[in-house]
Design a protein around this ligand. Structure first.
Ligand code: E4P
Length: 216
């Protein structure tokens, strides 16, 4: 499973990129707002650090507007993926971009039928939002399982990009369900490395080593 980082904070992206764990980045208008920076400037900077796909989302809600904004975003760098909302107009823009060879991430997916439409429209990625479904008391992971089955049934090449991830349990469940990508907030990615038995074991190894009086 590929790891994308769900942030527009360049300092976090630089730090995490050093681990070699980052396969791409996703942003959305709310994350751009949080960064407090100019949209085009921040996407340009991220693309200079990360060579994998970098999702940049359109704001227009009509197909013509999405095509115009998407082309501007795609011109920033060859690894920009144009993020489009899962609406009728978004699907039409998705088909045009697919025909033009421009990568797309169809976002705000909350049902298996929406994911089926996005795949048929030629989306490069589909972004089902797990956490936001969980917030409503609906099992978000169930949606990942359904999309995996549908895409495998028909050989769709659209990659399942599990989004709205809130916990390490979500990451593990996505990997077990066969999501192609998980887009993970930085603090959740860091939490994946932690285990109390790792900390406890390391402390006891270091204590024992100190009593040997040796050095390496
Ligand atoms: C990523 O592409 C999504 O925009 C993001 O994961 C949404 O996460 P949230 O539901 O925590 O805002």
């Amino acid at each position: 499973m590929k790891f994308f980082i769900d942030t527009a904070e360049i300092s976090e992206i630089r730090e995490l990129a050093e681990t070699g764990l980052v396969d791409g980045i996703t942003t959305n208008p709310s994350l751009i707002k949080q960064s407090g920076r100019d949209f085009i400037e921040v996407i340009t900077e991220i693309c200079g650090v990360i060579s994998g796909p970098v999702s940049a989302e359109v704001i227009a809600t009509d197909t013509a507007g999405m095509l115009s904004e998407g082309r501007r975003l795609a011109a920033i760098a060859s690894n920009v993926t144009v993020k489009l909302p899962l609406t009728w107009d978004g699907l039409k823009a998705c088909r045009t971009f697919a025909d033009e060879g421009i990568a797309t991430n169809v976002t705000l997916c909350f049902s298996a039928n929406q994911a089926l439409l996005a795949a048929k429209a030629g989306a490069s990625f589909i972004s089902p939002f797990i956490g936001r479904l969980d917030d409503l008391g609906v099992d978000g992971m169930e949606l990942i399982h359904k999309i995996r089955t549908i895409y495998d049934n028909y050989g769709f090449e659209t990659e399942i990009l599990a989004a709205s991830i809130r916990s390490s349990a979500h990451v593990e469940a996505c990997a077990l369900a066969g999501a192609d990508v998980a887009t993970i907030p930085p603090q959740v990615l860091k939490s994946l490395s932690r285990h109390t038995l790792t900390d406890k074991g390391l402390a006891s190894f270091l204590t024992d080593w100190e009593t040997t009086g040796q050095s390496i």
